[in-house]
Structures are given as structure tokens and as C-alpha cells.
Design a protein around this ligand. Structure first.
Ligand code: ZN
Length: 399
């Protein structure tokens, strides 16, 4: 993985070096060669992006696997905690029972000790003395009953004491078992928790690796875009038509006169924000098949597309899509009365018919009006630029 990151940095470095080369280019021909090299470079970068995409997919899969592992461990820990709670409640109950048994034993022992003390004082003969002291037969029977009761009572106390002793022994064993049970569960929970912590650490390292790869990709994308823009600007600044070739301009879409959005400040139809509209929108009201034409004599300085790379979460991969102007063309229209450079931009085209360097006459078809890039319907976004800055196109063209 480290190796891959390094190769990105190297690619970035090489790309930047190349940009410096582009800046020193002298002629438009040189610039066009540079643009070609950039295209090669882009193809190379695309290969690297594909490799990274594969890595990102692997890492995403790994994160998914770790997350399911974590949720399993959390369930196990919750179950163990329930077991521990139950064992602790049981332990409390057993301890109460033990206390009760010990109290009973104390009570029986006291009774028994008292009986033994009495027996020691009077000895076995005292039973006989009691019997001989009977006044009549009825009295004798009642005295025999009394002695019988006393002996039975003694035996009962002995039995109860014995039972209490046994109960105490059992309860003590039970306490030992529950204590061991709790310790085992707690150890298990600790072990599970530590294995979960390890999983989390490894997941975090995957996430940061994923982010770092994505960031490098993004930077590479930005660098390529900047490079491309720089070259385009250079071409614009080195326009070939350095004379006044037009006295009037044609309307850019013959047969379509509806302006759905004028030049200037407006609310953006997609983003809902207040935004400066750099051109006019000429709407075909949903109809296809209209051509945008060259509004005067000149030369194509740019014919291409504005794109961006996005993450498609449904397909789980990167995708290059049109953005901004979409398919667009810039033409050089020569100088105006004051010696300023005039150019025109045609945005959101469905198709482009011309390529950079091509000479144009008024009416030359440039492309089909469409809705590519950031657009809500079929229309031509048309700009007039004076020395590269936009002005209201309606000062130059009218339907
Ligand atoms: Zn527009």
C-alpha cells in the first residue's frame, strides 16, 4: 500500500514538472503539442486511478467485514454482561439464604446447649425421680408424656441443627461456584473487548489509508484540471486572429430567439444560490436538432468537455461525468474597434463538430445545442468575452 502512495506522489511531481514546461511554451503550436502530451498524461493517470479504484474496493470490502465483526463482538459482550448480572443476583440470594441458615443454627445450638446444661445438672435419674413422684395413675401418664415430649424435642433440635449445618455447607459451595462463574464471564468479556479494540484499530488504519489514497487521487485530478485550464488560457492569450475581421455578428442559434436566462445576477436553477450568469441562455424549449453557429470570422481555440470525477456509491467506483459547461467550444473572433481581443464561448453542446485550430466563417456549424454539464434543459449557454472577461452578449448579437 505504501508503494502505491509513493507512486501517486511521484506522478504528482511529474505532472507539476510538466506544467512548468507548458508555461514556457512560446507558440500556439507548441501549446497544442503540450495539450496532446497532457492527453497522454491523462490516459496514464487514468490507469493509476483504475489501480487505486481496485485498492479502494478491497479496502471498502475489508471495512465492511470488520464492521460486521465488531457488531458480533458487541452482541457477545452484551450477552456476557447479562450472564454476569444474573450470576450476581443469584449470589446475593444465596448469601441471604446462608445468613438465614447460620441464624437458625445459632438458635438451635443455643436451645440444645440449654438442654444439655439441664441434663448435666440433673442427670438421667431425674426422669425416674419425676416418674416416682407421680401422685396417681393419671399424673403418671401425664408425666410420661411430658418426658416423652422433652426427649422428642431434644431429638428434633439435634435434627434441625444437623440440617442447618448441611444447608450452610451447600450454600457455601454454591457461592464458590457462582463466584468462579462470574470471574470466568468477566475474563471472557475482557478478552472479547480487547479483540474488538484491535479490530477497531485495524479498521481505523484502513480508513485513514483509504482517505489518503482518495485525497491523492483528488489532488491529481485537480492538478490535471488546472494544467488543462492553464494551457487553455495560454491558447486564449495567444489567439491567432490579430486583426479586425468582423464588423457585425450573427445570432448563434438560427431559428431560435427565446432567451430563458439573461446576462447578469440571477438565482441558480440547480444550486438555488445567487450567482452571476456569465452569458445568455438561448432555449430551444425542449427541442433537439438545432445547430450553434460561428457568429463571425475566426478560429476555434478550444473544443472539448469540462468533466469531474465522482464516486458512484451505487456502483462502488469512480466515474467521470460532464460538469459546468459540459461539451463546449471557444472561438477567437479577432479584434474589435479598440484593438481588444473578442472571443465567444458555446456551452452545454450535445455534440461538437469542430476542433481547435479550425478556421471559421460566419454561419459555420460548431455543434448541436444540448444540455450537457450543469444544465436543466436543452439550451445554448453563449458568452462573449473581451480580453477574456465576459460582457453582455446582447451588445454584440441579437435574435
Ligand atoms: Zn447559461
Amino acid at each position: 500500500m505504501k508503494k502505491k502512495i509513493l507512486s501517486f506522489v511521484l506522478a504528482l511531481f511529474m505532472t507539476m514538472t510538466f506544467m512548468t514546461g507548458a508555461a514556457t511554451a512560446q507558440s500556439v503550436d507548441d501549446l497544442k503539442n503540450d495539450l496532446e502530451s497532457i492527453e497522454d498524461k491523462k490516459a496514464e493517470t487514468q490507469e493509476k486511478i483504475d489501480t487505486t479504484k481496485a485498492t479502494l474496493e478491497e479496502v471498502t470490502e475489508e471495512i465492511r467485514r470488520l464492521e460486521s465483526q465488531i457488531s458480533k463482538i458487541e452482541t457477545t459482550i452484551a450477552e456476557l454482561q447479562k450472564d454476569v448480572d444474573a450470576a450476581e443476583a443469584k449470589l446475593i440470594k444465596i448469601r441471604e439464604e446462608l445468613k438465614k441458615a447460620e441464624e437458625e443454627r445459632k438458635e438451635y445450638k443455643e436451645v440444645l446447649d440449654e438442654r444439655l446444661r439441664v441434663m448435666y445438672m440433673f442427670g438421667e435419674s431425674s426422669y425416674m425421680e419425676i416418674l416416682f413422684s407421680a401422685e396417681d395413675f393419671g399424673d403418671l401418664i401425664s408425666k410420661i408424656d411430658m418426658i416423652k415430649t422433652v426427649i422428642e424435642y431434644d431429638q428434633e433440635i439435634f435434627a434441625k441443627l444437623e440440617a442447618a449445618e448441611k444447608e450452610i455447607e451447600v450454600k457455601k459451595e454454591e457461592i464458590e461456584v457462582e463466584k468462579n462463574n462470574i470471574i470466568a464471564k468477566q475474563n471472557e468479556a475482557r478478552r472479547q473487548k480487547s479483540s474488538m479494540d484491535q479490530v477497531i484499530v485495524s479498521r481505523e488504519s484502513y480508513v485513514s489509508e483509504l482517505n489518503s489514497n482518495a485525497r491523492l487521487l483528488e489532488e491529481e485530478q485537480k492538478t490535471l484540471e488546472a494544467e488543462s485550464n492553464k494551457i487553455k488560457n495560454e491558447i486564449m492569450s495567444k489567439q491567432n486572429v490579430n486583426e479586425k475581421v468582423n464588423s457585425v455578428y450573427s445570432w448563434p442559434v438560427p431559428g431560435v430567439s427565446r432567451i430563458s436566462s439573461p446576462y447578469g445576477w440571477r438565482i441558480h436553477p440547480i444550486h438555488g444560490t445567487r450567482k452571476f450568469h456569465s452569458g445568455i441562455d438561448i432555449s430551444t424549449q425542449g427541442r433537439r436538432g438545432f445547430d450553434a453557429i460561428a457568429v463571425g470570422f475566426g478560429e476555434v481555440v478550444f473544443s472539448g468537455a469540462q468533466t469531474k470525477t465522482i464516486w458512484d456509491s451505487k456502483e462502488n467506483k469512480y466515474k467521470t461525468v460532464l460538469t459546468g459547461y459540459g461539451n463546449y467550444i471557444v472561438i477567437d473572433l479577432g479584434l474589435d474597434d479598440n484593438g481588444n481581443k473578442v472571443s465567444a464561448l458555446y456551452g452545454h453542446l450535445a455534440r461538437r463538430y469542430v476542433s481547435a485550430g479550425q478556421k471559421l466563417s460566419p454561419g459555420t456549424p460548431l455543434g448541436e445545442v444540448g444540455t450537457t454539464g450543469t444544465s436543466t434543459g436543452i439550451h445554448l449557454h453563449f458568452e462573449i468575452r473581451i480580453n477574456g472577461s465576459t460582457v453582455n452578449p446582447l451588445k454584440y448579437v441579437s435574435p
